[in-house]
Design a protein around this ligand. Structure first.
Ligand code: ADP
Length: 304
């Protein structure tokens, strides 16, 4: 079982011929409303990847809240720890032009109200095999959940996105850190630095295990036992890589929770390869959360 503590947003997306400049009005096509937020995306990714998954988060009391709740529930995510709070839900306003350039404004809304968690959330964290968090809700909630998990023996997976330097009390509770190259540099305090192996060295000094995603190139792994692994992503025709990172991370949490078979490193390599298959499966389809793959789709690419 995987429990996600994180964000849920509704993306309001309009395609326009050109992006508006300050003070300008442009006409776009029909509005599309797409459920998003890294937390909800990774919860849906984990559920589609075959895990029993619960979501801890907050929606507002507005017309968007029902759509956000239904999106999670329809994918089989347990929403008993999804609370509604006064005020608006999290929303992202997105304009996309003909060349796929975009401008995005995020209003965190209810996500920003998730400053502290309650007893039912604690029970969900303690009952899970893996706690999966990102950084789109207040850090205080992430620190609280991670502390409960550590004390209960629940594995803590942190996707440090959007990236920021992490306080010691959070680093101390994290078992597995998942970052892309840009996030790795920020967490390591080396913004601008990009050499993956050097960043992995810095990060394993902070947490026991690190996975770094490298887009079409796949992913690398490092841990404190000195193990280093490199896994290629399956070659696919990438159409839209939006949410590929969420597909990867959700699948990684599931595979980590279900990890068995041969002793490491073979077991870890298999987990990474399966997560890369999930990211690649997402990248070969248009759309964000709607492109998150099922277990069968991941297995098919993994076996290829
Ligand atoms: P993020 O979107 O968070 O920056 P990445 O771009 O590193 O993350 O992508 C996450 C994972 O998704 C990669 O590790 C890889 O497995 C998969 N992926 C992303 N882009 C591609 C691609 N073009 N081809 C195949 N797999 C991809």
């Amino acid at each position: 079982r995987v429990v996600v503590v994180g964000s849920t947003n509704l993306d309001l997306v309009v395609t326009t011929p050109t992006l508006p400049r300050p003070g300008e009005t442009v006409l776009g096509d029909a509005l599309r409303t797409v459920p998003g937020g890294k937390g909800a995306n990774q919860a849906v990714a984990a559920a589609r990847a075959g895990a029993s998954c619960a979501f801890v988060g907050a929606i507002g009391r507005d017309g968007f809240a029902d759509q956000l709740r239904a999106n999670l529930a329809e994918s089989g995510v347990d929403v008993r720890c999804l609370r509604d709070v006064p005020g608006p839900s999290g929303v992202a306003l997105i304009a996309v032009d003909a060349s796929a350039e975009n401008i995005i404004v995020v209003a965190p809304g209810a996500n920003g109200e998730l400053t502290s968690l309650a007893d039912p959330d604690r029970a969900a964290v303690e009952a899970a095999d893996v706690l999966l968090c990102q950084l789109e809700v207040p850090l205080s909630a992430v620190v609280q959940a991670a502390g409960w998990a550590r004390d209960a023996g629940t594995t803590v997976v942190l996707n440090a996105a959007p990236a920021r330097p992490l306080p010691a009390e959070l680093l101390d509770a994290v078992d597995l850190l998942v970052v892309n190259q840009v996030e790795a540099a920020v967490v390591a305090g080396q913004a601008g630095h990009a050499e993956p192996d050097g960043l992995l060295d810095l990060l394993v000094a902070l947490v026991p295990r690190v996975v770094m995603t490298l887009g079409a190139e796949g992913a690398r792994y490092a841990d404190r036992s000195g193990l280093r692994l490199e896994v290629e992503a399956p070659k696919v025709e990438a159409v839209d890589t939006t949410a590929a990172g969420d597909a990867f991370t959700g699948a990684l949490a599931v595979a980590w929770a279900q990890r068995r078979g041969p002793a490491p490193p073979a077991a870890v390599t298999a987990v990474l390869r399966w997560a890369c298959a999930a990211g690649a499966a997402c990248a070969q389809r248009p759309g964000a959360s709607s492109a998150l793959p099922t277990r069968d789709e991941i297995d098919a690419l993994y076996a290829r």
